[in-house]
Design a protein around this ligand. Sequence first.
Ligand SMILES: Nc1nc2c(c(=O)[nH]1)N[C@H]1C(S)=C(S)[C@@H](COP(=O)(O)OP(=O)(O)OC[C@H]3O[C@@H](n4cnc5c(N)ncnc54)[C@H](O)[C@@H]3O)O[C@H]1N2
Ligand code: MOO
Length: 443
Amino acid sequence: MGGHGGAGGRGDGAGRVERVSAEAHLARVLAETPPLPAAEAPLREAGGRVLAEDARARNDLPLWDNSAMDGYALRAGDAAGASEAGPVRLRIVGEIAAGSAEDPPIPAGSAVRIMTGAPLPGDADAVVPVERTRGDAPPGPVAEPGAGDASIGRWAEEEVSLFSPVDAGANVRRRGEDARVGAVLARAGDRLGARRIAALAAAGVDVVRVRPAPRVAVIATGAELRAPGEPLARGEIPESNSLLITALLAEQGLPAADVRVGGDDVAALRARLAELGRRVDVVITTGGVGPGRHDVVRLALADEPGVRAVSVAVKPGQPQCTGRLRGGARIFALPGNPVSAAVSFELFVRPALLRMQGAEATDRMRLPAVAETGWRGAPGRLQVLPVRVRREPQGLVCRPAVDPRGVSHAVGGHGSANGYALVAPERGDVAAGEGVDVILLEA
Ligand SMILES: Nc1nc2c(c(=O)[nH]1)N[C@H]1C(S)=C(S)[C@@H](COP(=O)(O)OP(=O)(O)OC[C@H]3O[C@@H](n4cnc5c(N)ncnc54)[C@H](O)[C@@H]3O)O[C@H]1N2
Ligand code: MOO
């Protein structure tokens, strides 16, 4: 392993450890992560996937001029001069419900009842909502418009009365006003979220070309780990990283293909990595990457030629191994400290997974916030501090969700964080009232 230029290493079981900035590490991870091959998928099964080619409308949206209201379709010219004192009366010559293919002729002085979404008859150019009309009332002015006249808003069988003129085009949804047939509704690289899926479905698209969800395996290593709730002997702790990573994957719309909580046996781990390396696209491990005598992941990866050990200039989350296993899968060996693992996933794994899916954007939006309390910085390292972010009238404010002096193991406080504050390596301490960039984890 190693030999990839960079700063000096230290002699440990994994060979040379490269010191690298968070930026450079991410850039290299992305550069060596090509998108997975694209395939066609039924739209109904493509939610959460990323388009591999532009998707175009196969029909106009709307398909034809149609009514935006339950009411009466008519010629606007027929209602000219209508007033409270002098209502215009139109003869009812039909009714069109949504789904009806009818296009009844509307002779001058007449109207048809029409329901929301029904095609506008070719002879009509406007719709008047039923509640602005009077149904089948005796002729004459209305004493008190609206109140007191039970036939206001009632559907007319024979004749409808209008009390005001109507503009041509009123309450008509025009063919193609939302999107034209052939228009690009979503671009290659766009994720098919709920809104895009609905737009494509409405535009008649049934099959899309997308990149598949990467198959991801998760391995949490550590002899001290017990399933949550199990009785604990001295030295043992409840295991949380496999749940963390599985849930982070789920937040990305990715199911974990395989989840294991392993012991501290290097040979068994090697065999497992060899098998998974052929079977999945990505393996994420946690723990065992430090220089400790039981740090199995580092030891198991030491003879993988495509995997390098790095020390990333980030706090927390420094020791990691990454690269490609012999079997072909990408590996992200993350540190065992729970917050370090979460931060590493956010900074490096999430973007790589997005890149594999062909996503255009792999980074989250960074928003300016004001620090409510100050904290010590991490000079020379990118500091990623779990914070609670709130919106105040003047903008976003944040405060640490964990004690900034001991972040990497503070899985409890981390649980209440809804953002990470990012403090650049060259910046010193953050003082109360100063601005800081945050990413929102639950927006
Ligand atoms: N001599 C040195 N010691 C350490 C260094 C160093 O540079 N020199 N780096 C520290 C840093 S920074 C980190 S981060 C950790 C990385 O350690 P490992 O990846 O080897 O992680 P472990 O030793 O396996 O575990 C660390 C910590 O996290 C707990 N843990 C691990 N897995 C889980 C899990 N699945 N669920 C819950 N908790 C877990 C584990 O019990 C440890 O407390 O090394 C430092 N040491
Ligand atoms: O990398 Mo360690 O995560 O700084 O605690």
